[in-house]
Design a protein around this ligand. Structure first.
Ligand code: S3P
Length: 433
């Protein structure tokens, strides 16, 4: 697989509209398949993960057309999925596997879902446990890993408090709750992203939300519709970080998803000195969408812990990689969940930053990255271990290093943002072939 060489320096300048949000795209596709009639999704994510969801849905008998970012789904209704003839493959996508597990639990057939090496190492007990309580029979590999063989059927409504805050787990239970025999309740100690709740409502489901308690009424009539996916804030964060790092940079990002359960990272960055503005904000298809402007600045640095971890879970690698550019460094605690993402993100980001000369202390639940006083980063050879967010976070840090950085297996960025390298070079005014 391809490696990429990043030459440091230059400045980020301009305006851009990024591809659709990964989390929202998965949900619109899944719910569109369970709705009656056609769903048309504009600005569907170009992320490979979201293509994995479409492929799985196709194998469940759903007709899907996709061209130029518009995905048309011929919804078959809650009872319209067909038993797949082959094992479903979620590839690298944890969201696909966990959320579809909830849907499969409600089907009157047996199906198997697997994934790539990384996904087959990730914990699945968190969805197996509640779905078994609802009545699904699930077989897994040793240690509650995928492949998962799911024998679905009539489900019981449950009242469940996930032991780990997880939007994927909440969503799996809510999707299974569509097939329950009463109202299913999920209780959250930290409010994780609520795209499933918002999307289900847009399609006509009855979802009640009050202070961390989400309730779904079973067997709604979901109706196909037209929706537009906002640009992905988690992806935008890499460009925001590049702008913060490179002197004289300034960037405007259009139509970014600013759902409050996702946008805490902007509050955090602002609190440590990032000149971020949101000059416009509107509601669209139940989601908040707005423009973001950002300029270069030296950040103070800070600590992320407790509830902030779940609120900024996908942005933590990038925030850690900003550490060497801050006055006081960056420190992350309570983030053991990072160890079971696409890679062990505490280890991979720490190793990558150390290879670039950063001073990093690793804790079981986080890390501390020293600030500017530890010296400037230098270019290095980096192995992101197939993890898209690690590759992008270190590539952005490389922009502010001395000397070139080579990122091995750089194509892995396609999992969430295939155009990453081209977009960065375009915004830096560098010609790419
Ligand atoms: C996601 C939820 C998060 C996040 C992942 C996408 C989602 O995972 O890390 O990239 O779309 O629901 P968890 O809910 O497991 O923390």
């Amino acid at each position: 697989m391809g490696k990429r060489t990043i030459a440091p320096g230059g400045k980020i300048e301009g305006e851009i509209e990024l591809p659709g949000d990964k989390s929202i795209s998965h949900r619109y596709a899944i719910i569109g398949a369970l709705a009656e009639g056609t769903t048309e999704i504009s600005n569907y994510a170009s992320a490979a993960d979201c293509q994995s969801t479409l492929e799985c849905l196709r194998h469940l008998g759903i007709e899907i057309e996709s061209a130029k970012g518009v995905v048309r789904i011929a919804g078959e209704g809650l009872d319209g999925l067909k038993q797949p003839r082959r094992t479903l493959d979620a590839e690298n996508s944890g969201s696909t596997m966990r959320m579809l597990a909830g849907v499969l639990a409600g089907q009157p057939f047996t199906s198997t879902i697997t994934g790539d090496d990384s996904l087959r190492r990730r914990p699945m007990r968190r969805v197996i446990e509640p779905l078994r309580q609802m009545g699904a029979e699930i077989k897994s590999s040793e240690g509650d890993r995928a492949p998962l063989e799911i024998r679905g059927g009539k489900l019981h409504a449950i009242d469940y408090t996930p032991p780990i805050p997880s939007a994927q787990v909440k969503s799996a239970i809510l999707f299974a709750g569509l097939y329950g025999d009463g109202v299913t309740t999920v209780r959250e100690s930290v409010c994780t992203r609520d795209h499933t709740e918002l999307a289900l409502r847009e399609f006509g489901a009855n979802v009640e939300v009050s202070r961390g308690v989400v309730r779904i009424h079973p067997r709604p009539k979901l109706v196909g519709r037209k929706l537009t996916v906002p640009s992905d804030l988690s992806t935008a964060m890499f460009l925001v970080a590049a702008t913060l790092i490179l002197p004289e940079s300034s960037l405007m990002l259009h139509n970014v998803g600013l759902n409050p359960t996702r946008a805490k990272v902007l509050d955090f960055l602002t609190s440590i000195g990032a000149p971020i503005r949101v000059p416009s904000l509107q509601a669209r298809d139940g989601e908040l969408v707005g423009n973001i402007s950002v300029r270069h600045a030296t950040l103070e640095g800070g600590t992320i812990a407790g509830a902030q971890v779940a609120e900024m879970i996908d942005e933590l690698p990038m925030l850690a990689a900003l550490g060497p550019f801050t006055e006081k460094g960056m420190e992350i605690h309570d983030a053991q969940e990072l160890r079971v993402k696409e890679s062990d993100r505490i280890r991979t980001i720490a190793e990558g930053l150390r290879a670039m000369g950063a001073r990093v202390e690793e804790f079981p639940d986080g890390l501390r990255v020293e600030g500017r006083s530890a010296g400037k980063l230098r270019g290095a050879k980096i192995d992101p271990e197939g993890d898209h967010r690690i590759a992008m976070a270190l590539a952005v840090a490389a922009l502010g290093a001395e000397g070139d950085t080579v990122i091995r297996d750089a194509d892995c960025v396609g999992v969430s943002f295939p155009q990453f390298f081209e977009v960065v070079e375009r915004l830096r005014g560098v010609e790419t072939r």
